[in-house]
Design a protein around this ligand. Structure first.
Ligand SMILES: *[C@@H]1O[C@H](CO)[C@@H](O)[C@H](O)[C@H]1NC(C)=O
Ligand SMILES: *[C@@H]1O[C@H](CO)[C@@H](O)[C@H](O)[C@H]1NC(C)=O
Length: 435
């Protein structure tokens, strides 16, 4: 109700909605030259205020020409004003630009939140620091409405018309990729640390070895039998293709990849048994993980320094939490997994595995920047490894529903924004009271 009042107050006669020009022409066409300029109904003014001149131009142009401003030149003035306003807005949007071609990709990967000082300066459009051609409000009143809480109480209208003020830039709408709000997250605050500590106790049979604490890097000297490693390679390594990295263009990765995404692998009992083993260990259901990926590095092949967390927090499946990496072959020389910021290396040995987090235990929505790593060049032999990436939320069914690695509208987004606005208001009040 409040929004309706706001709307009525805002829609000055004639409506200054952007893109009303089509309606304007129709309106003019309906008001025949030389006919007297009068309202034929006492309700014309109210209709006009409600936006009917443009919503219903055939009736209004013929019957409410006075209230629709067809007689005194006000329509023409309005039209000229609108054209000016639109030109000014376009110039403003053009001034809000990214400095790098990769900004959009980085923003999708959550970099605006993870690396704000660089991103907010260099990727202003993609981080929605200003209204851009790609994301702007469609109405002048958006900021005021958003401040009044309309994004939350009238989401459907607001999220379309006031995308920028509702902070919904770059967010896709898809019912299929909207998570069930009751779905439990894969980890909560503190769970990452607890899982690593417990894994050492719970799985002595895998011969855990602490390679690093804070952040955790946990090796397992005996995770797969030689037979299991061979078998996994056979069923999952059915179709090797050149691996893609991040944006799929930069030559940072030269390995080949085969996904366990066909029935002959997915239904394989050994694969399912290994998957259950990892799920038991990480305490996250296997459905929250991507398909197992098998990698092949021949002599001279590598994957340069990178981070595994590449999923936006509002994607259907949320960020990658863990990487469980299994070595499926012995390598004569080279091929180590090197944690570049921790200065530790894990040498590939068939049947061993290594587990590390991509997010902080204290705040699992935030990337742990310390777990950057690389696959060092293979100098002699062939390296086979298997990646198992575990996410914050259900992955397998969401993939079936056609979701991808983008931010989608999620129910928790609006609640979070209300909380933030309240906190900001409180902060402002306390600043005001101390100055
Ligand atoms: C999980 O692992 C523990 C420790 O090895 C084991 O006792 C338990 O049976 C496993 N649970 C499942 C469901 O496999
Ligand atoms: C990294 O580790 C190696 C071997 O453990 C050591 O020799 C080297 O000094 C370390 N480098 C840094 C920068 O800590």
């Amino acid at each position: 109700m409040r929004l309706l009042l706001l709307l009525l107050a805002a829609v000055r006669l004639p409506s200054h909605r952007v893109g009303a020009f089509g309606g304007l022409q129709q309106l003019r066409a309906m008001h025949r030259e030389g006919t007297p300029c009068v309202d034929e109904s006492a309700s014309c003014e109210a209709f006009a205020l409600a936006g009917e001149c443009f919503n219903n131009p055939s009736f209004m142009g013929a019957s409410c020409s006075h209230s629709c401003g067809l007689c005194d030149g006000s329509l023409e003035r309005r039209e000229a004003q609108e054209r000016e306003a639109r030109k000014a807005a376009e110039a403003r949007y053009a001034a809000c630009a990214d400095e790098h071609a990769a900004c959009e990709l980085w923003a999708r990967q959550g970099e605006c939140a993870n690396n704000p000082s660089f991103m907010r300066r260099s990727c202003r459009a993609s981080c929605a620091e200003c209204e851009s051609a790609a994301c702007h409000d469609s109405r002048e009143e958006c900021a005021a409405w958003a401040a009044a809480g309309e994004c939350e109480s009238n989401s459907q209208f607001m999220l379309k018309q006031c995308t920028f003020s509702c902070e919904m830039c770059g967010i896709e709408y898809s019912e299929a990729c909207r998570r069930d709000p009751k779905m439990p997250p894969g980890v909560r605050k503190g769970d990452v640390d607890a899982m690593f500590t417990e894994a050492i106790e719970r799985f002595p049979q895998f011969k855990p070895r602490v390679l690093h604490r804070d952040p955790w890097v946990l090796g397992f000297d005996s995770f797969l039998s030689a037979g299991e490693a061979d078998h996994l390679l056979r069923v999952a390594g059915h179709d090797f293709q050149r691996s893609l990295a991040g944006d799929g263009v930069t030559p940072v990765r030269t390995s080949s990849t085969s996904w366990c995404n066909v029935p002959s692998c997915l239904n394989d009992p050994t694969f399912q048994e290994v998957r259950a083993r990892i799920s038991n260990l990480t305490k996250v259901p296997w459905q929250y993980a991507e398909h197992l990926q098998v990698l092949q590095y021949k002599q001279g092949q590598f994957y340069h320094d990178h981070h595994d967390q590449n999923a936006p927090r509002h994607s259907a499946w949320g960020p990658r939490l863990y990487t469980f990496y299994m070595y499926l072959s012995d390598v004569e020389k080279g091929g180590e997994t090197r944690f570049t910021r921790l200065n530790i290396s894990v040498a590939p040995r068939k049947g061993t595995a290594v587990l590390w987090p991509s997010v902080l235990s204290e705040n699992p929505l935030v990337t742990d920047e310390r777990t950057y790593h690389e696959a060092v060049d293979v100098e002699e032999g062939v390296k086979y490894g298997a990646n198992f990436w575990v996410h914050m939320y259900e992955f397998q069914e969401a993939l079936q529903r056609g979701c991808d690695n983008r931010d989608y509208f999620q129910d928790d987004m609006l609640a979070a924004r209300v909380g933030k606005r309240r906190a900001d208001a409180t902060k402002q009040r306390s600043v005001a009271s101390t100055t």
